[in-house]
Design a protein around this ligand. Structure first.
Ligand code: GLU
Length: 280
């Protein structure tokens, strides 16, 4: 059975880019007679607001999307993340790190998909683990798993190259997991067969594939769809963002716009002025 998901982070209102992502995931499942699930990625306690969770669900319903079973919330799954992190730590794949972003930027010699690549500063240091972040020793992990592949429905077969991110944080200083760990565990817990999301998260899948191998959890197929883009102040086409001023879904809804009609227009490729679908 095909099962997809939409996984918004409730730290702001959803915009058209989110609507597009939810529609792609929803329609991918429905076209195959499968299920579409929702997950609220509210692990970031400092930035998440319950108001945005409620708003996101209302937005999806307004667009005419239906989901199967209750949405799950990451904030209620912290003990599962902590357990998985403990297992990885006991197996010797994690090490504590206290470096700040600034310190990493100052010593990094490479820029990876997520910014400056952490050069492994703390890997061979004695660090007090209390209150530290925990990083994945990608070299040790890959030595254990051997070469890995993953499959994207649109981009085809990929050789996993998680090392391009450096040793990613799996347990944050202030939270029992990071996005990479929580999302990977949740996709397995929700039995997602097709991880459907925007291309901006394509590179993250290299890390997720490695985590699946280490944690012994099922490997889904991926579907990284093209993004809605708009011109920034310099005229470059960039991913939609609320701060550039296009109305949020909640604002459109409040103004009386027809959500089903909006979803239909997006499906038909009829985009509002100034918004485009990224080219392949
Ligand atoms: N929560 C992420 C976001 O809102 C999406 C994560 C995912 O789809 O894996 O960008």
């Amino acid at each position: 059975m095909i099962r997809t998901r939409f996984a918004p982070s409730p730290n702001g209102p959803l915009h058209l880019g989110h609507a597009w992502s939810a529609i792609v995931a929803h329609d991918r499942a429905r076209a195959a007679g499968g299920e579409f699930l929702v997950r609220i990625e509210d692990i970031d306690g400092a930035r998440s607001r319950p108001m945005f969770t409620r708003q996101a669900l209302d937005d999806l319903a307004w667009l005419g999307l239906t989901w199967d079973s209750e949405p799950i919330q990451q904030s209620r799954r912290l003990s599962s993340y902590a357990q998985a992190a403990r297992n990885l730590r006991h197996a010797g794949f994690l090490y504590p790190c206290r470096c700040t972003r600034g310190e990493i930027a100052a010593v990094a010699t490479e820029i990876g998909p997520d910014g400056p690549v952490y050069p492994g500063t703390c890997k061979h240091r004695q660090i007090d683990p209390l209150g530290a972040a925990w990083r994945l020793d990608v070299e040790a992990a890959m030595a254990r798993t051997g070469p890995l592949e993953w499959f994207d429905e649109l981009a085809g077969l990929q050789v996993a190259r998680p090392e391009r991110f450096g040793d990613v944080v799996l347990v944050r200083k202030d939270e029992p997991a990071s996005y990479h760990l929580a999302a990977t565990l949740d996709d397995a817990a929700q039995a997602i067969s097709h991880v459907t999301r925007g291309r901006d998260l394509f590179e993250a899948s290299h890390v997720h594939r490695l985590l699946q191998a280490l944690l012994g959890i099922p490997v889904p197929v991926w579907h990284h769809h093209a993004l809605l883009v708009e011109a920034d102040a310099k005229g470059n086409l960039v991913k939609l963002a609320k701060r550039r001023g296009s109305p949020s879904l909640a604002e459109r809804r409040a103004s009386g716009e027809d959500g089903h009609a909006l979803a239909g227009a997006l499906r038909a490729g009829h985009l509002p002025a100034g918004i485009f679908l990224e080219k392949d």
